[in-house]
Design a protein around this ligand. Structure first.
Ligand code: SER
Length: 321
C-alpha cells in the first residue's frame, strides 16, 4: 500500500492530484502538505499539515511521521513569477527540490516532481521537440527545471532513488487556477469567455505552446508512477503533451460553443519573451513507448468540458443563440 506525501497540495495540480490519489489509494494514505491551509477539499478530505519545503527538518519529520513511501513534490513557483523574483525562485524551486530528494533518499521513497516545457530554450528545435535535445533555457524557471531534472537523475544514479518526472506544458483546469505562469492565459480565456464573452490576451497571436487538460495530466502522473521501473530508459523527465495552439486556435475552439466570443490583444512583453523561448510543440514518443502515455482530451473536447463545467461552477445560464 502506498503512503504518499504531496507537497504544494493546494496548488493548481496538487489540489486535484491529492483528491485523485485519495480515491485510488485511500484518503488516510495521502498526506497533503502546503505552505498554507485553507478550506478546500484537498486540505479537508484527509491528513493535512502545513510544511514549508525550504525547511528540511519540517519536511523530513512530516514524511517520517506519516511513514511516506512516495513523495510527490509539486511545490514551486511558475515561470513569470520566477522571472520577477529570480533569487526567491532559485531558493524555493531548487532548495525545496533538494530537501524533497533528500527526504526520499532517507526514507527510500519513490519520487515524482514535474519538469516543464520551460526546460527548453531558444536554441532547442522548436517543432516536434525531441525527448533528448538541446536544453539551454533563458529563464530562471527553465534553469531550475533543467537543474532539477539533472538532480533527480543524479539521485537515481547515485543513490538508487526511484525518481520520475514529466515535462508538463500548460495545464488547463476549471478547479484551481494557476498563478504566475506563462501559459495561464489558456485558463483565463475560458473564465472570461463564459463570464464576458471576450478576452484580452497577453500572449501574441501566432505564439504556439503545448497544453494538456488536467484529467490527462493526472492520469499521466499516476501511469508513470505505476510503470514498471525496468521499462524506463528515461526518468527525468518525459515530454508529454496533448495539443498545441496559439490564442487564435483556442478562440476558434471557444467559438464553436460561444459563437460571438471576441479576442483581442494587449501583449505582455515579459511573458511573451518567455513563451517565445519555448517550443511550439513537443514530441511525446518516448513517454508512449516507455510507459504507455496517452491522452483523452484534444482541444475541442477540452473546450466543451471546460465551458460546461465553468458554467456550472459560476452558475451561469447557457446563453440563448
Ligand atoms: N505552465 C508553466 C508556466 O507557464 C509551464 O510549465 O510557467
Amino acid at each position: 500500500m502506498k503512503r504518499i506525501l504531496v507537497t504544494g497540495a493546494l496548488g493548481q495540480i496538487g489540489s486535484e492530484l491529492t483528491l485523485r490519489l485519495r480515491d485510488i489509494y485511500g484518503a488516510s494514505n495521502v498526506m497533503a502538505t502546503d505552505i498554507r491551509q485553507n478550506s478546500s477539499e484537498a486540505a479537508q478530505s484527509g491528513p493535512f499539515e502545513v510544511v514549508d519545503v525550504t525547511d528540511f527538518k519540517q519536511m523530513m519529520e512530516t514524511a517520517k511521521k506519516y511513514q511516506a513511501d512516495t513523495i510527490m513534490h509539486l511545490a514551486a513557483i511558475l515561470s513569470a513569477s520566477a522571472e520577477a523574483m529570480p533569487v526567491f525562485a532559485w531558493n524555493l524551486n531548487m532548495g525545496g527540490l533538494l530537501n524533497a530528494l533528500e527526504t526520499a533518499r532517507e526514507l527510500k521513497a519513490q519520487f515524482f516532481t514535474p519538469s516543464s516545457i520551460g526546460a527548453f530554450g531558444p536554441t532547442t528545435p522548436k517543432d516536434n521537440t525531441p525527448q533528448d535535445t538541446i536544453m539551454r533555457p533563458t529563464t530562471m524557471y527553465g534553469v531550475n527545471k533543467v537543474a532539477g531534472e539533472l538532480l533527480a537523475d543524479y539521485y537515481f544514479n547515485k543513490y538508487g532513488v526511484d525518481t520520475r518526472g514529466l515535462r508538463f506544458s500548460g495545464i488547463i483546469s476549471y478547479v484551481a487556477q494557476p498563478g504566475g505562469g506563462t501559459t495561464d492565459y489558456a485558463v483565463e480565456i475560458y473564465y472570461k469567455a463564459v463570464q464576458e464573452r471576450k478576452y484580452t490576451s497577453y500572449i501574441a497571436k501566432g505564439t504556439f505552446m503545448d497544453m494538456m487538460y488536467m484529467p490527462d495530466a493526472l492520469n499521466a502522473i499516476i501511469d508513470l508512477m505505476e510503470a514498471d521501473s525496468c521499462r524506463l530508459i528515461h526518468r527525468n523527465s518525459f515530454n508529454v503533451t496533448a495539443m498545441s495552439f496559439d490564442p487564435e486556435g483556442i478562440a476558434a475552439s471557444i467559438r464553436r460553443y460561444i459563437p460571438d466570443f471576441k479576442l483581442d490583444y494587449d501583449v505582455d512583453p515579459s511573458r511573451q519573451r518567455i513563451a517565445e523561448s519555448w517550443p511550439n510543440s513537443i514530441d511525446a514518443t518516448a513517454a508512449r513507448q516507455e510507459w504507455g502515455f496517452k491522452y483523452e482530451y484534444d482541444l475541442d473536447k477540452m473546450t466543451e468540458d471546460m465551458i460546461d463545467k465553468l458554467r456550472q461552477k459560476l452558475r451561469l445560464e447557457v446563453p440563448k443563440l
